[in-house]
Structures are given as structure tokens and as C-alpha cells.
Design a protein around this ligand. Structure first.
Ligand code: CP
Length: 337
């Protein structure tokens, strides 16, 4: 892989709804596009590949990273993003999601949405003629998954992929589901370490098992701290507040604290002093992760946040069908200088 040549010159699907819809080669194409464009822009290069293109961003929930990274990505690529926040458009009050999709699809070149229910992102994709990107649903968080894999690839220890171990600690959130797919799709070993009543769904373990059959590695759930041994990456996410607004916070705290808090002791129990820490953010400091780990020398959380921007540039280029042309242009510029 030279960083300039993609296996898929155009996307196999119009929309980016779930990483599980894509095979390893296509996920690698998105990661390659994202990393090459990042290096070019960080090196002072500029691009106009999405000149006059518009991204409509519908948010049914709050967002810092997803919103800002898509907006900045579009601006850096010569395009424009519209923040269609809750209450700012007719959606949900006077207009259905299907009609909203039909209209936005005629005005925007791309749509990205964070939705309460996965069915909503699927409806947007069905009724809009343009590519639709899932900015998180109650099922999965695919754009986070691309940023996470970029961060992992940037920090891989020197050993074969099928010896890399990633342990997700705590609640089986949307981020955990996507990480299970992404790591096993890359041939790594994935473990969800959490209490049985918050265990990753069997459907995602099955997706992981199918990846393992194709690409190697392994997939498991465990509530035994022994599973932390040998981890190269420990990942966690908040225990409370993403989609379940009904259960009191105290119930979640009792289920997870103190066993599943990522603290210095838990990191040390991996037996790997170089084990890296990942968190999608925002973090509830000193609940699922202590300050000492989040701000510690092995934390990649801030690189990971920056790589949301890396990923969004790659995604909007790839699903606009101009990723290969952009990589060709970057290669020409580098050869000319
Ligand atoms: N990680 C993540 O999706 O962050 P935001 O909710 O701020 O977009």
C-alpha cells in the first residue's frame, strides 16, 4: 500500500451507515485516503476537491467532535457545511424524516446525521438521492470507528495484526459495537470486558466471528479481569447518558464502579507498560476513567479526537467519489516539489 492507490475507485454503496456494511479492503481505502490527506494538509498543502459542495448536518442530539470535525473538513476541502440543529428545521414537528431527506437531497451534495434511532438514518439514506453518513445512532458510531482505527494504526506496536489486542472496558455502547467490527475486520483480537447485564449484543459478536473467519484474530466477551492481560489498547466510553435516559445514574454506577473503572491499577494489570488508552470523549472524569489515565503519558484520547477530523475528510472525499482523484493530485504535487 503506497498511500495513493485505492482498491475501490468509487464506493460500493451510496451511504456510510455502518462499518459492518463494508469489507476490509474498502475500510482500508477510507483509512488510506484519510491519512494521506491529513499528512498533505499538515504539511502545508491545500485542496479544493469539494469546491461548491454542501454537507447538510442534521443533529437530533448534541455533539462537539462530530459537528466541528465535519464542518472543518468541508471548509478545508473547499466546500461548506450547514448545521441543522434540533429545532432549527421542520423535521420532527411539521415534516417527516422522509420528506426532509427528499428535500435536502436536492439541495445538498452530502448529508450527515446523528439520530436517536437507527431506523431514522436508514430512512434518510433511502429517501435522499445523495450519500448519507451516520454521525451516530443507537446502533453504532461508524465515523468514530474510522477515527479510532486511524489512531490505532498510527500507534501500532511492531507485531503482526493478529497479535494486536484491543480491550473495550465497561458498557457496550455504540462505540463498543463499531470497535468490535473494526478491530476484527483488521484481523486483531477484540475483547469486551464488562458486566454480563451490559454485555455486547450477540449480533455484534457474530459480526466479529465472521470477520475472524475471514481475517484472523479473535473476538470475545468476558467479565474476568484476566482478559486484560497483554492488551495493547484499552478503550472505554461513558457508563451513562447516551441513549438510556430512564435508568437512574446510580444503577449504572453500581454495575460498573469500581471494577470497570480504567485507572492506573487496571492499566497496570495488562502487564504491558506500553499499553495505550483510548476514549471517544466526552469523558465523565473519574467515573469510567481517572484523570491520571486520561491525562497520562499513554493516553491517545486527544490524538483520537483530532483524528475525527482526519476521518471526516477521508469520508466526505470517499463518498463524494473523488478520493482516488484527490490522492492522484496529492501524488502529482509531491512529485512536482
Ligand atoms: N465522540 C463523539 O462522537 O463526540 P461528540 O458527541 O462530541 O460528537
Amino acid at each position: 500500500m503506497d498511500g495513493y492507490t485505492l482498491t475501490h475507485k468509487t464506493p460500493s454503496r451510496k451511504d456510510f451507515i455502518d462499518t459492518a456494511d463494508f469489507d476490509q479492503s474498502e475500510i482500508k481505502d477510507i483509512i488510506t485516503t484519510s491519512r494521506t490527506v491529513r499528512d498533505y494538509i499538515k504539511g502545508g498543502g491545500w485542496l479544493n476537491a469539494l469546491f461548491h459542495k454542501s454537507l447538510g448536518m442534521i443533529f437530533e442530539q448534541k455533539s462537539t467532535r462530530t459537528r466541528v470535525s465535519f464542518e472543518v473538513a468541508m471548509e478545508q476541502l473547499g466546500g461548506h457545511a450547514l448545521n441543522l440543529a434540533p429545532g432549527a428545521i421542520q423535521l420532527g414537528k411539521h415534516e417527516t424524516i422522509n420528506d426532509t431527506a427528499k428535500v435536502l437531497g436536492r439541495m445538498c451534495d452530502l448529508i450527515m446525521s446523528r439520530v436517536d434511532r437507527h431506523e431514522s438514518i436508514k430512512a434518510l439514506a433511502e429517501f435522499a438521492k445523495v450519500p448519507v453518513i451516520n454521525g451516530m445512532s443507537d446502533r453504532c458510531h461508524p465515523t468514530q470507528g474510522i477515527g479510532d482505527m486511524i489512531t490505532i494504526v498510527d500507534n501500532l506496536p511492531e507485531k503482526p495484526m493478529n497479535e494486536i489486542k484491543v480491550v473495550f472496558v465497561g458498557d457496550a455502547t455504540q462505540v463498543c459495537n463499531t470497535l468490535c467490527d473494526m478491530t476484527t475486520k483488521m484481523g486483531m483480537n477484540f475483547v469486551h470486558y464488562g458486566p454480563e447485564n451490559h454485555k455486547i449484543d450477540e449480533e455484534w459478536l457474530e459480526i466479529g466471528r465472521k470477520n475472524v473467519e475471514k481475517y484472523g484474530g479473535s473476538v470475545a466477551w468476558s467479565d474476568d479481569p484476566e482478559c486484560l492481560k497483554g492488551a495493547d489498547f484499552i478503550y472505554t466510553d461513558v457508563w451513562y447518558g447516551l441513549y438510556d435516559k430512564e435508568t437512574p445514574k446510580e444503577v449504572y454506577m453500581a454495575d460498573f464502579y469500581p471494577k470497570y473503572q480504567v485507572n492506573d491499577e487496571l492499566m497496570a494489570s495488562t502487564g504491558n507498560p506500553n499499553c495505550k488508552f483510548l476514549h471517544c470523549l466526552p469523558a465523565s472524569r473519574n467515573e469510567e476513567v481517572t484523570d491520571s489515565v486520561l491525562d497520562g503519558p499513554n493516553s491517545l484520547a486527544w490524538d483520537e479526537a483530532e483524528n475525527r477530523l482526519t476521518a471526516q475528510r477521508g469520508l466526505v472525499l470517499y463518498f463524494s467519489g473523488v478520493a482516488q482523484a484527490t490522492l492522484d493530485y496529492i501524488k502529482q504535487q509531491k512529485e512536482a516539489n
